[in-house]
Design a protein around this ligand. Structure first.
Ligand SMILES: Nc1ncnc2c1ncn2[C@@H]1O[C@H](COP(=O)(O)OP(=O)(O)OP(=O)(O)O)[C@@H](O)[C@H]1O
Ligand SMILES: [Mg+2]
Length: 384
């Protein structure tokens, strides 16, 4: 740390000389001014940490000078060296925070030195506290920036479906370290408002905050990696009819599905769409599962799957005669987390991820439904 500077202001040359002599071997620089004007000029040139001023001086008196010093730099610790004890003006100045302490004339060298050392210590602690606060702000700012930046990156990745699928897990994984960080920042603020903040404690807190940020960055890196690997790399021609048939065969093992009367109306020459077959499979998977659930108590149990195409889109329509969706629920079915199923049975992420996936392919999805009659899911995906 650079050597601290103390400025002594007194109109009596004899006093300044004697202070100069006694401060000669102290570990700080001593500067001297014979009046308030000179002292203020000096502050423009030098970064001073402590000012010790006489009270009564011709021109500008000590209290006026210290008030101006505070205006110039409120961090400077201000002391009065005065012959008047108990003066109301000094006490008021101390109470108002303009003056840290006063030293009585004639002073003892030892007292003066101790007071100056205490003032420098106080300056240093305040400075460290300030730096800590700046660091803390920087950390929380950088945290916010990281989250913002990564969120953008995630959104920029065309296929949002994977994220929909893992949404609750992602939220959880990110939320835990965020909660921790918030806790450490609260604790740090609590320590900082104490009169003598424990800086080692604060440094520990900073370390915890930093490790929380690393946690978040790791999680995000893992998610991005996963999404890139699983979604972006694969871009192959997909025969939707083939995927539907495969899915239906797979579901024949499901006892609820066996009881359903199925009708397939697949277009003869359906154009291929480009993408990741695993994702398209997931789309049907989610929709079929919903239909099977909706048909469990219904009579008759019918499921129809139809595909067709026009100049731009391949369209898939899946219709069931299940219990249907009530008018009040219909606007919410695509919201992540919306479910009418019991705890453990539905997470409410199925249709949200289907919608995200279809839209990532540049497609559209619509659901028509009537309570006690049935539901149709209609999806259109563009092909090149
Ligand atoms: N074919 C359907 N018939 C009747 N209701 C449906 C149908 N498909 C969806 N729903 C309603 O929409 C809600 C949301 O469906 P979604 O697939 O998003 O979640 P979920 O099936 O409840 O849970 P999961 O995350 O396991 O899929 C369902 O809880 C259900 O109420
Ligand atoms: Mg579902």
């Amino acid at each position: 740390m650079e050597k601290r500077k103390v400025l002594f202001v007194d109109d009596e040359q004899g006093i300044l000389r004697s202070i100069k002599r006694s401060m000669r071997s102290e570990p700080f620089y001593s500067l001297f001014a014979a009046n308030g004007q000179d002292a203020l000029k000096m502050l423009q040139k030098e970064k001073v940490q402590v000012v010790v001023s006489d009270l009564n001086m011709p021109g500008m008196d000590g209290l006026t000078l210290l008030r101006k010093v505070a205006e110039h730099d409120s961090d400077i610790i201000r002391l009065i060296l005065s012959g008047q004890s108990e003066s109301m003006t000094i006490l008021n100045a101390i109470n108002e925070g303009n003056v840290y302490r006063y030293i009585l004339k004639p002073w003892s060298d030892l007292d003066l030195k101790i007071t100056i050392h205490q003032s420098i210590d106080l300056y240093n602690v305040k400075q460290e506290r300030k730096e800590f606060l700046v660091k803390l702000k920087k950390y929380s700012h950088s945290l916010e920036e990281t989250v913002k930046k990564r969120t953008k990156e995630i959104l920029a990745i065309q296929n949002k479906a994977e994220i929909g699928k893992y949404a609750s897990q992602i939220v959880n994984n990110l939320n835990n370290p965020l909660q921790d960080i918030r806790g450490w920042i609260d604790l740090s603020n609590f320590v900082l408002i104490q009169d003598n903040p424990d800086l080692t404690k604060l440094k520990d807190h900073l370390n915890f905050i930093q490790s929380g940020i690393c946690d978040i960055e790791d999680q995000i890196a893992a998610i991005l990696n996963h999404v890139r690997k699983n979604t972006l790399i694969k871009n192959e021609p997909i025969n939707i009819n083939k995927i539907i048939k495969k899915e239906l065969i797979f579901y024949e093992n499901n006892s609820g599905f066996k009881k359903i009367e199925k009708k397939l109306m697949l277009a003869d020459s359906l154009p291929f769409i480009m993408g990741n077959p695993a994702q398209i499979k997931q789309v049907f998977d989610n929709i079929l599962k919903n239909s099977i659930d909706a048909l469990s108590e219904a009579r008759p149990k019918r499921l129809a799957v139809k595909t067709c195409s026009d100049a731009k889109f391949v369209t898939i329509k899946i219709t069931d005669t299940g219990k249907g969706i009530s008018r009040e629920h219909l606007p919410r079915i695509f919201s992540p987390g919306f479910t009418t199923k019991s705890v453990g049975k539905g997470s409410g992420l199925g249709l949200a991820s289907v919608k995200a996936m279809i839209e990532a392919y540049g497609g559209r999805i619509r659901i028509d439904s009537k309570e006690d009659i049935g539901t149709s899911v209609i999806m259109s995906i563009p092909y090149q």
